[in-house]
Write a protein that binds this ligand. Structure first.
Ligand SMILES: CC(C)(COP(=O)(O)OP(=O)(O)OC[C@H]1O[C@@H](n2cnc3c(N)ncnc32)[C@H](O)[C@@H]1OP(=O)(O)O)[C@@H](O)C(=O)NCCC(=O)NCCS
Length: 184
């Protein structure tokens, strides 16, 4: 398996989250605006985040999205969802509000998709996003994921049951890296 520490794109890098990043992540995770308008509201303590971090394995990893000047602008992760017939690999992501709409979210998803197909023997990468979340849908589509269906009332968020689109890209659709230029 290829070992990556920093995944370099054109305008952003993904760096595996370290313990030192946890205070910043706690700050982000407790600001409702960090996860955008459509994700569930939640408050989470530093202790819970540390516990999750300590439990995390290569199968479930968080990355800090950094600009080329080293500033930390967001978070992207991949995780495994257990399914009766196998395991499904899903991604999730968020940028700080001031850095949205500049192409960084699309690039982070592209890097992650390249990394996952290069490093893991998987058939598909999937993502779920609220049907009203146009920015997220466009970022996924630009990164090559296809809308495959709707999960009706699958999530409880901000006092209501919400519909999500399921997106995915298959290995045969990915074919080759789109953006991942270099690994160190
Ligand atoms: C979703 C998110 C990661 C997208 O990243 P981003 O850097 O803002 O998106 P990009 O700049 O790469 O833009 C992708 C596309 O969406 C469009 N877009 C960006 N913000 C938009 C908005 N608020 N409304 C509609 N379209 C938007 C862009 O114009 C671009 O499309 P185009 O190339 O056709 O012009 C980011 O907006 C975010 O962090 N949102 C809050 C958290 C969230 O919703 N996470 C996803 C949960 S599934």
């Amino acid at each position: 398996m290829l070992a990556f520490r920093v995944l370099e794109g054109k305008n952003v890098n993904l760096r595996v989250m370290e313990k030192d990043d946890l205070p910043l992540f706690v700050e982000w995770a407790n600001k409702p605006e960090f996860f955008g308008e459509y994700n569930p509201l939640r408050q989470i303590s530093k202790a819970e985040i540390e516990k999750d971090y300590d439990k995390s394995t290569l199968e479930e990893t968080g990355f800090i999205i950094e600009k080329k000047d080293g500033s930390k602008i967001g978070y992207i992760c991949h995780f495994i969802l257990a399914h009766p017939t196998g395991k499904l690999l899903e991604i999730g992501y968020s940028l700080v509000p001031s850095e949205r709409g500049k192409g960084y979210g699309t690039e982070a998803v592209e890097i992650m998709v390249d990394y996952l197909f290069l490093s893991k023997d998987i058939m598909r990468v999937q993502a779920c996003t609220d049907t009203r979340n146009v920015a997220s849908q466009k970022a996924l589509e630009k990164a090559g994921l296809k809308k495959e269906g709707i999960l009706r009332k699958g999530f409880f968020s901000r006092g209501e049951w919400t519909d999500d689109y399921m997106y995915s890209i298959l290995r045969e659709e990915w074919k080759e890296p789109k953006i991942l230029t270099r690994t160190v």
